[in-house]
Structure formats: C-alpha cells, structure tokens
Design a protein around this ligand. Structure first.
Ligand SMILES: Cc1cc2nc3c(=O)[nH]c(=O)nc-3n(C[C@H](O)[C@H](O)[C@H](O)COP(=O)(O)OP(=O)(O)OC[C@H]3O[C@@H](n4cnc5c(N)ncnc54)[C@H](O)[C@@H]3O)c2cc1C
Length: 448
C-alpha cells in the first residue's frame, strides 16, 4: 500500500496532519508540482523563497522529494497511478486559485480520493460563522467566535513518522523529474522550516513581550517577520500559538494578528470575487484616476519618489527587500488611494509583485481595508496625513533616514520644518487638497 503526499503551501514536516493521514495508508511518496502558471507570476522574490523552501524540504527528506513540472491535474494522477496510491493527501487550500485547481485534480483522479486534512489556518475558512451559519462581516465578533471554536494542539509529525518512498525507484517514464529552479534573487530572510522555527524562537524570547507597543514603529523592528514562513507553511500557526502565554499583552496582541490572517482567508473564501473586486460593492461607484497623469503618479509611488518621506521610505524598502512593516503598508496604501486617487487594485498588484510574503487574502483585504471598500474597513473619511503618520510612528526619523539616502543627514527627516535637500523630490501632490478631493469623491458615492 502506498500514498501520495502532495505539498503545496505547507512546506514542512513538523505539525503536518496530512503527513500522519498519509502514513496510515502505507509507504509515502512526497511530491511537489511546479505549476507553470505560478512560475510565470511576476513575483521573483516570492518564487525564490518558494524554491529555497523546497530545497530545504528536500534536504529534510534526504532527497526523497519528487519535483515535477506541469499542470497538477495532469501530474498528480500520473504519479498517483504510478505508485498505485490508495489516496492523495494534502493540506486544504482555500484561496480561489487553489480551490479551483483542487476541484480539477479531484475530478482527474477519478477513483483515487484527494484527502484534505487540516489547512494553513488555526480555524479553517468556513468554520467560523454566526449562529445562523452566515459568514462574519466584521472582525471583532469573528475573533470572539474564533477563540471559542479553538484549535487542536500541534500534530506530532516529523521526518520519521512515515516510511518514505524513493522517487527514483518509483517514478515511471510518464513522470518527468526536474530540478528546483534558482532565479538567483537575494533575500533578506533564509527560507525553510528550520529557519522558521529559529526565527520564531528568537522572537518569543526577544520580541513578543514588546510586540503590543513596538509593532507599529517601523524603526524598532518590533514584529516577528514570520509572514513569509506562514505564507509557505514552513511553520503552522498552531505551533506558534502553543508558545503564547495569553496572560500577557504582547502574546494577546500577536494572537489577534493571527486571527486577522484567518479572518481574511475566510472572507475571501466566502467572496472569491473580492480578490480583485470591491468587497463592498457600493465602492464600485467611486471615481478613480487612470489616465496618463495617473500613470505618472503611480510610477513615482512605485519608485519611492513622491516627496513624502514615510511613503518613499516604505516604497523603497519594498523595492529593495520585498518587505514593508504593516504600519507603513497602511500609510503607502492610503496614500495611493486617497492622495493619488488611483484604483487600489494597482497598488495591490504592485505589492504582490514585490512582497516575499505576498498573499492573496491578506494583501487584497489589507488593501481594501485601507481603501475603505473592505470588511470593517478604515472609514473612508479618515484620511491618513502622511507627514503626521511619519512623525508619530517614526519619531526619531531613523526609518526614513535609513531608506532615503537623500535625507540621511536631515535633522528633521519628515521635512515638517527642515529644508528639503535639492536631491529629494518635491511633494507630487498637496495633501490638503487631495484630502478634500477624496472626501468629495466619497460623498458622491454616498449620495448615489
Ligand atoms: C496594504 C496591505 C497589504 C498587506 N499584504 C500582505 C500580504 O501580502 N501578505 C501578508 O502576509 N500580510 C499582508 N499584510 C498584513 C501585514 O502587513 C503583514 O502580515 C505583516 O506586516 C507581516 O510582517 P510580520 O510577519 O513581521 O507581522 P507580525 O506583526 O509579526 O504579525 C504576525 C503574523 O500575523 C499575520 N498578520 C499580521 N498583521 C496582519 C494583517 N493586518 N492582516 C492579516 N494577517 C496579518 C501575518 O501572518 C504575520 O506574519 C498587508 C497589510 C496591508 C495594510
């Protein structure tokens, strides 16, 4: 008896329920399918992180990972039949692309069941509902119910939980093995399960207690940087939550952010159209700019050349590293929507291209929160003032000085009082005027 364990966004061996489910079916072949549709994405850093994660997984399996390329609905049935698998085991994928893919694979497998055990979330999308069975539209009651439902303790799986099949001895001629690509992109975080566990341990020791107070300050590096590991399942949030002592403020604040991750996955699961369309359809009527001038403003925003220091620092950090702290994501997103009046989808697309942790649920709903079109979004009429935000959350100016060399020696990095160095661009818009314009456009939506 044999089973196929198909890895996707769960690139680890510890706390992996489908691994234990596969072990019950006999010897296990581990495989990963490089999907050309995903490989074609303009997201080089994320692909590098994925490929590096795969290399670590393969090493942890002593090389016993079959990597092949093609459409999963072709490759998975071929491999499953090749080893005469009684089942194909996966961790469930609720994102729109993954859900559609799995439907096709399930159909192509015919008699062989595709068995999903667990998911990348603490509570899987679809499980947290109101008493009437409806999805929550607001985070706070979701959070309450989510905690009531709760989750299992970590699954006791590991590399020795199963007898692994050697891909070399089983792959038939129909299944082409391939190398894991290496685009040669440099990343500022190492990939893989061991790195995830190490980083989490360091954060629990050195950062967690300060998390509630430091998380909004980009110059303090007060967050965990676990997002890319969570995105690719190098660690399960269950493993992390087991380390949270909820009597303390820092761990409680951290749990809340993990709940946001589950919330947005659930929202997208219930409304797959909200990946690229407004969750609140009233916002379909909002006027956005899309002409040549808009394109120029967009180019300045992407390049970090808007003349607003905190916005430019964030955009330059994103471009240089593929990461941006949450507070700065909010400021830069708000600026694109409410100061430049561009469609949030433009910004979301750029983020997805740049971010190592780019995730369709968190990103699109993070954007919609800022744009006012999402679930319990920031009220549209509350327009961030980028200079005030900069002064408040980067009070020393160190974050701005680090990412904007033109301002490296400025006394007043947020340029409230100080001289603007001639090498640094003037503001591309007048915030006061654009704020009024944003409110005017919003008022028209309300009136219609
Ligand atoms: C416009 C915008 C776009 C975003 N795009 C993404 C994205 O593509 N991928 C992504 O993982 N997060 C995204 N976020 C959420 C958040 O900014 C990142 O998760 C966070 O900055 C990652 O850094 P960290 O791991 O140090 O976070 P920490 O503060 O240490 O948080 C721990 C974990 O909780 C989760 N989390 C934290 N904040 C949020 C949040 N607001 N929404 C959902 N989950 C959260 C993440 O998995 C994160 O790794 C976005 C937020 C905004 C405002």
């Amino acid at each position: 008896m044999a089973a196929l364990l198909w890895f996707r966004r769960d690139l680890r061996l510890r706390d992996l329920p489908p691994l234990l489910a596969a072990a019950d079916d006999g010897d296990v072949l581990a495989c990963f399918v490089l999907d050309p549709r995903l490989e074609a994405l303009r997201a080089r850093r994320r692909l590098q992180f994925l490929y590096d994660s795969l290399r670590h997984l393969r090493d942890a399996l002593d090389g016993r990972l079959l990597v092949t390329r093609g459409l999963p609905e072709h490759q998975i049935p071929l491999i499953a039949r090749d080893i005469d698998a009684s089942a194909v085991h996966v961790s469930d994928d609720f994102a729109p692309f993954g859900a559609r893919r799995d439907t096709r694979v399930r159909a192509a497998l015919g008699e062989i069941p595709l068995v999903a055990t667990g998911s990348p979330y603490l509570v899987s999308p679809g499980r947290v509902t109101t008493d009437d069975g409806a999805p929550y539209r607001v985070f706070t009651p979701f959070f309450r119910k989510w905690q009531e439902i709760g989750w299992h303790s970590p699954a006791r799986s590991g590399p020795d939980s199963v007898r692994w099949l050697d891909p070399g001895s089983v792959a038939g001629t129909a299944v082409q093995r391939c190398d894991i690509p290496d685009p040669g992109v440099r990343l500022d975080l190492p990939a893989g399960e061991a790195a995830a566990v190490r980083r989490w341990g360091d954060f629990v020791r050195d950062g967690l207690q300060r998390y509630a107070t430091d998380r909004d300050y980009p110059d303090r590096s007060g967050t965990s940087r676990m997002s890319a590991y969570l995105k690719f399942g190098a660690i399960h949030p269950r493993t992390m939550v087991a380390d949270l002592d909820l009597r303390h403020r820092g761990p409680r604040a951290y749990l809340r952010q993990l709940a946001f991750r589950d919330f947005y996955a659930a929202v997208l699961h219930h409304r797959p159209d909200s990946a690229w369309g407004n969750w609140n359809r009233d916002f379909d009527a909002i006027e956005t700019d899309t002409g040549d001038d808009a394109q120029q403003l967009f180019a300045a925003w992407k390049a970090g050349e808007t003349g607003f220091p905190i916005v430019d620092a964030g955009m330059r950090q994103l471009r240089a590293t593929g990461f941006m702290p949450n507070r700065v994501r909010m400021i830069t997103a708000s600026f694109l929507v409410k100061d430049l009046h561009l469609p949030w989808q433009w910004g979301a697309q750029w983020f997805l291209e740049q971010l190592v942790d780019g995730d369709i649920a968190n990103n699109q709903h993070g954007w919609q929160w800022c744009a006012g079109s999402g679930t319990d979004a920031a009220p549209y009429f509350r327009v961030f003032n980028p200079t005030v935000q900069g002064e408040k959350f980067d009070p020393t100016g160190d974050y701005v000085r680090h990412w904007i060399p033109e301002l490296a020696s400025a006394d007043d990095a947020h340029l409230r009082k100080g001289q603007r160095p001639p090498t640094y661009p003037p503001p591309i818009v007048d915030h006061g005027l654009e704020r009024a314009e944003a409110l005017r456009r919003y008022q028209r939506v309300r009136e219609s």
